[in-house]
Design a protein. Structure first.
Ligand code: IDC
Length: 340
């Protein structure tokens, strides 16, 4: 076949000319791109990998740091909130630097009660990725609750955390929460023995990232843990949980006691409702708690990002958005938390 070369060459030259001009003229997109310094300000860029120094959480330069987080509801219940838009809204409009991914082990098709493990782990992976892209810290939470004693599903916990630690050892922003809330008469010695197995499994791969250990009575007995903390490992913290309409001064005293004994305490879950997650909210007690936590430089994570019709949810039940939340989308608890 005969080819007409000249028009082809002309077209080629034209294309080159257009491309060269486009490169020479600064475009809007380039001008609107975030500056390097804005990018450098993500919580992760600023603080790097976290460590525990005495009773405190510190950044890579040994400066004290507090994480201010929001927890998902169970990712098996509300997977839709694990998305980059939601996390970015929390980071940029609420000042949140940490996301907790709550994975129930027994409730509602939990990881150990017939839930789809592959899907749940894929949600964790997505959550970690979105948080990492946004330079936020992220807690992988093994959310025991009705199982009561973490030893009940210890085998699964060990193999789950081995897998996570292998995968995330190089991530400077990952924290492992190995048992949300031991309860039902579980003693500290039971939790300790569980924790030792899981910590050993994590540390086989990940030598550094923070591990959060739950305490008996729905993670309230930090004072008991302070009498006999786990030895032989670095970067361990112990969790305390409160719900401001139920837990007041007596509980602050428990935390104070533990911290005074040198225990690194982390509030990986709190609500401003009653401990049922429902009922009234108590803003003045909640404000007392936050003042106290700030004074003691204790990190805190609020339960929970969902529109479930209960007073601990941060969104109104009428809010159908999965991100880009406006003030009018927030519940009373959500409004209080954002403002605070
Ligand atoms: C609640 C949820 C609720 C769910 C229930 C399951 O808000 O929608 O039906 O769990 O039993 C905790 C737990 C946390 C609870 C929360 C409120 O860690 O899972 O969530 N709470 O009850 N400890 C104290 C309170």
């Amino acid at each position: 076949m005969k080819m007409n070369v000249k028009p082809f060459v002309r077209r080629l030259l034209c294309t080159f000319l257009v491309l060269a001009l486009a490169a020479a003229v600064p475009t809007q997109t380039a001008a609107a791109a975030p500056s390097k310094s804005a990018k450098a300000q993500t919580p992760l860029k600023k603080n790097g990998r976290l460590k525990v120094k005495k009773a405190s959480l510190v950044n890579s330069k040994d400066k004290s740091v507090t994480l201010k987080g929001v927890s998902t509801h169970g990712i098996n219940w509300f997977p839709e909130y694990v998305n980059p838009d939601a996390f970015k809204t929390l980071r940029d409009n609420w000042g949140v630097n940490c996301i907790r991914l709550a994975m129930y082990t027994e409730e509602y098709n939990g990881y150990c009660s017939g839930g789809n493990r592959k899907e749940l782990k894929s949600l964790i992976d997505k959550g970690v990725k979105y948080a990492t892209d946004l330079g936020m810290y992220v807690i992988i939470d093994w959310h025991i609750l009705s199982d009561g004693n973490p030893n009940k599903n210890k085998k699964q916990a060990v193999s789950f955390f081995k897998e996570m630690a292998k995968k995330y050892k190089k991530h400077k922003n990952v924290l492992y929460e190995i048992c949300n809330e031991p309860n039902g008469g579980t003693q500290w010695k039971d939790v300790k023995s569980y924790a030792k197995s899981v910590i050993k499994a994590i540390r086989t791969y990940d030598k550094k990232n923070i591990i959060l250990v739950g305490t008996p009575t729905w993670s309230q007995d930090v004072d008991t843990a302070a009498d006999s903390p786990i030895k032989g490992y670095k970067n361990l913290m112990y969790t305390f949980h409160f719900y401001a309409a139920t837990h007041k001064d007596t509980y602050r005293k428990k935390v104070e006691q533990a911290v005074n004994k040198g225990l690194p305490v982390f509030v990986s879950e709190f609500g401003i409702s009653e401990s049922s997650g429902s009922g009234s909210i108590n803003k003045s007690e909640a404000t007392k708690w936050i003042k106290f936590l700030k004074r003691r430089k204790i990190s805190y994570v609020c339960w929970n990002l969902s529109n479930k019709d209960e007073s601990c949810s941060l969104l109104k039940s009428s809010c159908k958005k999965n991100g880009g939340f406006k003030s009018s989308d927030l519940s009373a608890a959500g409004k209080w938390f954002k403002k605070m």
